[in-house]
Design a protein around this ligand. Structure first.
Ligand SMILES: [Zn+2]
Ligand SMILES: [Zn+2]
Length: 348
């Protein structure tokens, strides 16, 4: 296809990236033959493909998402696979356990698809690795200058202090965070601070938590909510830290909590996003994605001259990169099926 940037190694189709030279997709939204999966979040790992390839430490998480019958092959970080005419390897993305960037090399040309990533330290996953490339396909969940977080904050200690403060007042501390990745990061940050004190987790947080432990990640001790309520005096919890996904915010079990404060741990707690405006007693700006500064730093460090930006709201980042003299495009520029892509992009 005739494009200003020549013959692309990756195009955008089936809601994901496609490599013609290697005949595989990366994070496809629909069933394909060979799907390389950057990480186990539901918007990247969908059912129905014939065969899946992912990083070794992601296999357990992917298995619990895709079911017992899915054909999943784990590959160590950095190991090169030959797929058709492409040489392919996975490199740490620092997003959640087993998350990866995908490096694709065809006849000496190198493209890297970032998947979701962050640069801040996280005790529960492998740190991000800068992978030099000519073309970088980057996520940009927080691709506007309003999203910059203070680096080096001791979020584990802040959450611990908030828990203590509530416990002293006889209240529970109800902390919302996504059930895969964020919840385990919180458990990992708290592990060195709380000894053998247990954190109560909502049932939906349990499967991913087990997968992390199976991979040897050190997490704070936990027990599940239903059992904790059953064992509690009069069925009422007191002074506990309870970890639950935001999707269960308005459920009946909240009644068992008596008095409690709420908090949300998310990058969305910063800025004027809809989540930031919600009624939580506290917000912890803890993100699994790069902020505006780290997106820019990462693009610089890869040395890429050409950038494609995923996610909606990519306009600000594309314009900013162009002003730096880089070739930058929204991901739709790689679409082979323009009409369909417009729809898929809304889902990203
Ligand atoms: Zn993700
Ligand atoms: Zn994502």
């Amino acid at each position: 296809m005739a494009r200003a940037y020549g013959n692309p190694l990756l195009t955008f189709e089936k809601g994901g990236l496609y490599c013609e030279a290697g005949d595989f997709h990366i994070d496809p939204a629909r069933a394909v033959d060979t799907a390389l999966i950057t990480h186990a979040h539901s918007d990247h790992a969908r059912k129905g493909s014939r065969r899946y390839l992912c990083v070794q430490s992601s296999v357990g998480l992917l298995r619990s998402r895709l079911g017992p019958k899915a054909v999943i092959e784990g590959v160590p970080y950095g190991e090169t696979l030959r797929l058709g005419a492409a040489r392919v390897s996975f490199h740490p993305a620092g997003h959640i356990l087993g998350s990866a960037q995908v490096r694709v090399e065809v006849r000496g040309r190198v493209w890297v698809a970032s998947g979701d990533y962050k640069r801040e330290p996280d005790p529960t996953c492998e740190p991000f690795e800068v992978v030099p490339c000519e073309t970088f396909v980057t996520e940009a969940t927080f691709g506007t200058p309003g999203f910059v977080w203070e680096k080096g904050r001791k979020l584990g200690a802040e959450i611990h202090a908030w828990w203590e403060e509530n416990a002293r007042a006889g209240r529970n501390a109800l902390l919302f965070g996504y059930s895969l990745g964020k919840a385990q990061r919180i458990l990992g940050e708290l592990a060195p601070l709380i000894g053998d004190r247990e954190i109560v987790i909502h049932e939906t947080v349990a499967p991913a938590t087990s997968c992390y432990r199976e991979q040897g990640v050190r997490l704070a001790p936990t027990r599940e909510l239903a059992a904790a309520v059953k064992a509690a005096d009069g069925g009422r919890l007191r002074g506990e830290l309870i970890l639950a996904p935001p999707s269960v915010e308005r459920s009946e079990w909240l009644e068992a909590l008596g008095e409690y404060e709420t908090a949300f741990a998310s990058g969305w707690m910063q800025g004027d996003s809809p989540w930031g405006q919600r009624q939580f007693d506290r917000g912890f700006v803890m993100s699994d994605h790069a902020d505006w500064e780290d997106l820019n730093r990462t693009v610089r460090e890869t040395g890429a001259r050409r950038i494609f930006v995923m996610h909606r709201g990519n306009g600000a980042f594309v314009r900013h990169l162009k002003r730096q003299g880089l070739e930058a495009y929204p991901i739709s520029a790689l679409a082979r099926e323009p009409r369909e892509t417009a729809h898929q992009l809304e889902l990203l």
